[in-house]
Design a protein around this ligand. Structure first.
Ligand code: GLP
Length: 261
């Protein structure tokens, strides 16, 4: 796990990395698509702004990219402004050219939710797994909607949102926790761990405690992010406030890597 503490814009750095990876990808008959897992949430807005900018400048194309979103609320109409379908359309897909069939977002209104999850896993496998996982982090250390207590071997499934998450996400629902769905579909930690590379973006002081655990704690289910310590290639991109609880020694040990050449 590498820590990249950045004065620069975390979204810009991540977008640049994504661009480099897509450019470097060589399509073959066995592996025609580069597979990216995409997050939602406030932290990711900057990433999408920069990806759209690169695309509009003609520097980035998505013809050979397949995307899988990390999660979606259960029972919120796809057209609801706070559904992750709407979020993705508004902030990304409406502004880029990508074939519709290369975009995958879990359907939180499917009549058979378990089947929806199973098919999602099968589809990810069909495309050869996730090449690049992009995620944020919850204040309680969740990744996607894998809340504290989630099994490290979990797959895409129905999850109950924790009180912390409902409270944190109520800011998108006029601050009214009763409007936040209490359940969601989410990729599992097992699904995420099979990704070839992982990037976690964290900004702001509210993420400082979660990042402290990510780097200084033992791997434990109370802080789902700690599972990433066992992944061979993880970059955590953090701004100064988010990285402020991580000790100097840890920063020296984990911080040495070249991220973008
Ligand atoms: C939601 C998403 C997570 C995301 C988290 C952080 O709970 N399901 O995938 O990491 O929000 O959101 P924000 O970036 O708004 O703090």
């Amino acid at each position: 796990m590498y820590l990249i503490e950045s004065e620069e814009n975390v979204g810009f750095l991540t977008a640049s990395y994504v661009k480099n990876r897509i450019e470097a990808f060589i399509t073959t008959p066995e592996k025609p698509y580069f597979v990216i897992a995409l997050p939602t949430g406030g932290t990711s807005l900057d990433l999408y702004n920069h990806l759209v900018k690169f695309h509009k400048e003609g520097l980035l194309k998505f013809d050979n990219v397949v995307t899988f979103n990390l999660d979606e609320y259960i029972g919120l109409p796809a057209k609801h402004p706070e559904s992750y379908h709407s979020f993705m359309a508004r902030n990304f897909f409406d502004h880029i050219k990508i074939p519709q069939e290369q975009v995958n977002i879990l359907n939180g209104n499917a009549s058979d939710l378990e089947k929806e999850c199973r098919l999602y896993e099968e589809k990810i496998k069909h495309y050869g797994g996730i090449d690049l996982f992009l995620g944020g982090i919850g204040q309680n250390g969740h990744i996607a909607f894998n809340e504290p207590g989630s099994s490290f071997s979990s797959r895409t499934r129905i999850v109950n949102l924790s009180e912390d998450t409902i409270k944190a996400n109520s800011r998108f629902f006029n601050g009214d926790i009763s409007l936040v769905p209490s359940r969601a579909l989410s990729m599992g930690l097992g699904t995420i761990m099979e990704s070839k590379e992982v990037i976690i973006m964290a900004t702001g002081i509210k993420k400082a405690q979660a990042l402290y655990h990510a780097f200084e704690d033992k791997t434990n289910t109370a802080w789902p992010i700690t599972i990433l310590q066992k992944h061979p290639r993880v970059f955590v991109l953090a701004d100064k406030p988010a990285a402020s609880e991580i000790s100097k020694t840890i920063k020296q040990n984990y911080g040495l890597c070249s991220f973008i050449k």
